[in-house]
Design a protein around this ligand. Structure first.
Ligand code: PEP
Ligand code: MG
Length: 762
């Protein structure tokens, strides 16, 4: 008779494992017992546990049936042998004749030659592979599905125990950062300046699954069915909600989500996992781990895109389960909350409200992504590109965010806190130095006056106009107001809002950019269709011209709010002069209407185009003629010039903003301005304008108008007041011709040699 799972199945085994885990004695003794119990229960002659060591080697940690002397001696390189293959692919391997497999590698010290059949499953938790669990038999046989299931369930429980650090020292297996009590330091990229010390608040909360093994499987099954039903009801309610008013593709996406929630295959896998002895929560995690591994292996872009739906559903289901347990612990923002997220959209950040967050740490965010822009506008320090932080941080942990070094310290030791506090005091002194030149003009040593303006978009930004000493608002991102609310702002709300902006600016000019919606700026009530490439999709002026009512209302509100003052309008994402002219015509119609109904007209309406789509570079001469001013949106312009998504950390930093290509681009734009005799009407408002070294290069080319986040006006002004452009000009001309990918070091050397401060924080 072929060997098989003994009576009682995995359920009995799981109970036995729990007892072993709770026993006293050394970790090794417990692990030795584990393998022998698993082997006996599965009627296998061999059972082994391999764990991943720091450096990614897999080490034999315990075995029943192989030579004991091989324990802690047999080590496999990543991908080596069948065990290495399982760890690498995170996929089970079920072979009736293992030595025939091309990846088989024979290790004589283990004495495994007599064993032919081989079943191995990865020991995974989340996306982390801790090791591999194997069983082997002499006879060439195929383990059936039930046995494979059982081994996977055991491996999952093992993974949990390993992650808790009770079985092996986590440092030993290179997983120290998982240990909740240990300090951990991460490095990312500083996307919004500032430092903070506070308490971790997880944006996507994890509900901790404490109980893995069920006491009463029948009751567990009932809990699972109950939670599934609640999940279905919640998704139906979401679809029916008139507030969301779903149409078109958005509805399709939610419908698809609902189908996943109803999916019988998913349900069956969950039920099977509970039947095998797991608690309902553990079953959800187990099935989700498998789903994630399966989807990650496919090339199907649709399924890969849906992975977050499955993750989301699994999280919700666990939350429903926790609710029936009365164990939902959510969620008052703690004081000095530092929000830790895998990813976040700008609207979600606005939902938190400025004053409630001390800092933000996001795994996936790049410098010119809109979340970064909103964070800067709100004055919230943001570190992006911090891989692994969302897994390592635990709600309630102490956390230090250091924008200067782009480091994040979780559970920091006392020395880090002391050093950090000293640093904070130092930063305050630097800020005071900038404050001292706040009312001084930004004039270079050779007498070039540069207009330094600030970027804004929310009422919260307005006090910065006077605090920063800005000459005006060079870019007011009006769409942010649309992103904050749950409803589209009414005409009256818009008028009130713009009036407050005018009033706060007083005599200083404000450039209102008309709605730049679309891309990653989609309001919660938005009905945009899913797009393959949203940044190049239906956004900004394209929406405005296709749905003219939106732009007309906005212009109507701006005219009304101006109350006779000068109105400056800037159109985003203009790709050709004709688009600009259509927008201009629309404004003219609104102007006529305002006149007719007796609204006080602005003293003048000036209209400009954002230069952020490369095609406009080839019509720049005509564009300058047609418009009153040009504002170069380098964030978008560079993403399109380099074909590198500004929101994707994997490519956003790939090309230097001081590469010869960028220098030549700026030179060309400045030349066009000079030729038209209107260099002063060209302003730069992307992030590079607020970086002292990049700003130095822009001024070197003759650009005299910059707009940036308010906090950078001090550092940029400090740079300008110490700069002599007559010395810089020949250097920068030469740098346009270098044959390397960056002129950064030459420009830094120039700054150092001429005493030009280029620090972002002084
Ligand atoms: C830009 O693209 O550089 C810009 C200023 O606009 P936004 O960052 O809002 O897209
Ligand atoms: Mg832009």
């Amino acid at each position: 008779m072929p060997p098989q799972l003994v009576a009682g199945g995995p359920r009995v085994l799981l109970r036995r494992l729990r007892e072993i885990m709770a026993e006293r004695g050394s970790a090794q003794a417990r692990m030795d017992k584990l393998v022998s119990v698993i082997a006996a229960n599965m009627v296998a002659e061999v059972c082994s546990i391999y764990l991943r060591r720091a450096g990614d080697h897999l080490e034999l940690f315990a075995t029943e049936g192989l030579n004991r002397a091989a324990v802690h001696n047999t080590r496999l390189k990543p991908g080596e042998g069948l065990v290495g293959l399982v760890a690498q692919t995170s996929e089970p391997l079920n072979l009736s004749n293992a030595p025939e497999h091309p990846s088989f590698s024979y290790r004589p010290e283990t004495g495994e030659d007599p064993f032919r059949s081989f079943l191995a499953v990865p020991i995974v938790r989340g996306e982390r592979v801790f090791g591999v669990l194997t069983v082997q038999n002499r006879t060439a046989r195929h383990y059936d599905e039930e046995e494979e299931e059982a081994l996977a369930t055991i491996a999952m429980v093992l993974a949990e125990v390993v992650a808790q650090g009770t079985l092996v020292d986590l440092a030993e297996i290179g997983e120290a950062q998982l240990s909740p009590t240990r300090p951990a330091t991460f490095r990312g990229e500083c996307l919004a300046e500032g430092v903070a010390i506070g308490t971790v608040f997880l944006h996507e909360p994890r509900v901790k699954v404490d109980r893995m093994i069920a006491d009463d499987p029948a009751a567990e099954l009932k809990r699972l069915e109950g939670a599934l039903e609640q999940l279905r009801l919640a998704v139906d309610a979401m679809l029916a909600s008139s507030e969301l008013d779903l149409t078109g593709e958005t509805r399709e996406v939610i419908e698809a989500y609902r189908l996943f929630a109803l999916d019988q295959g998913w349900r069956q896998r969950l039920v099977d996992a509970v039947r095998s002895g797991l608690t309902a929560e553990a079953a959800v995690e187990r099935v989700q781990d498998e789903t994630r591994a399966r989807i990650n292996r496919t090339d199907d872009p649709y399924l890969r895109g849906r992975l977050h739906d499955f993750d989301d559903l699994a999280r919700r289901l666990i939350r429903h389960l926790a609710a029936t347990d009365g164990a939902v612990e959510r969620h008052v923002l703690p004081e000095n909350a530092v929000v830790v997220a895998r990813g976040m959209g700008p609207a979600e950040l606005l939902d938190y409200g400025r004053n409630r967050i001390a800092a933000l740490v996001v795994e996936e965010a790049a410098e010119t992504s809109h979340i970064a822009i909103v964070a800067r506008s709100l004055g919230i320090p943001l570190i992006g590109g911090v891989e692994g932080v969302a897994d390592a941080a635990i709600e309630g942990d102490r956390i230090v965010v250091d924008g200067e070094t782009a480091e994040v310290h979780i559970r920091p030791p006392g020395e880090v806190i002391i050093a950090f506090q000293a640093k904070r005091a130092l930063l305050a002194q630097r800020v005071a130095r900038f404050a001292a030149i706040r009312d001084e003009p930004a004039v270079t040593k050779d007498g070039v006056r540069v207009s330094l303006n600030m970027n804004a978009g929310l009422l919260l930004d307005l006090p910065h106009i006077s605090q920063s000493g800005a000459d005006g608002i060079g870019l007011f991102r009006t769409e942010l107001q649309f992103l904050v609310g749950s409803k589209m702002p009414r005409l009256k709300d818009q008028v009130d809002f713009y009036r407050q902006v005018f009033d706060a600016a007083g005599s200083k000019p404000v450039v209102f950019r008309t709605l730049d919606l679309g891309g990653d700026k989609v309001p919660s009530y938005g009905r945009t269709a899913r797009e393959e490439n949203p940044a190049m999709g239906w956004r900004a002026i394209r929406i405005a011209l296709d749905r003219p009512a939106l732009l007309r209302y906005q212009v109507r509100a701006l005219i009304a709010a101006s109350e006779g003052r000068r109105l400056r309008l800037l159109f985003p994402m203009v790709s050709e002069v004709a688009e600009f002219e259509s927008a201009q015509a629309l404004v003219a119609r609104e102007q006529m209407r305002a006149e007719k109904v007796g609204t006080v007209l602005p003293e003048a309406i000036l209209m400009g185009a954002m230069l952020e789509v490369p095609s406009l570079l080839f019509e720049l001469r005509q564009m300058m003629k047609a418009s009153d001013f040009i504002s170069v949106g380098s964030n978008d312009l560079l993403q399109f010039i380099f074909a590198a998504d500004r929101a994707n950390p994997a490519v956003a930093k790939r090309y230097d903003t001081l590469s010869p290509a960028v220098l030549n681009l700026v030179r060309q734009i400045a030349e066009a301005g000079k030729n038209a005799g209107r260099l002063g009407d060209i302003s730069f408002c992307g992030e590079i304008a607020g970086r002292p070294l990049e700003a130095m290069a822009l001024v070197g080319f003759g650009i005299t108008s910059l707009s940036m986040q308010a906090s950078m006006i001090g550092p940029v002004k400090m740079m300008i007041r110490n700069l002599d452009t007559t010395k810089l000009k020949p250097v920068i001309e030469r740098l346009c011709g270098i044959e390397r990918s960056s002129a950064r070091s030459e420009l830094s050397d120039f700054a150092a040699a001429h005493g030009v401060p280029i620090g972002r924080t002084g």
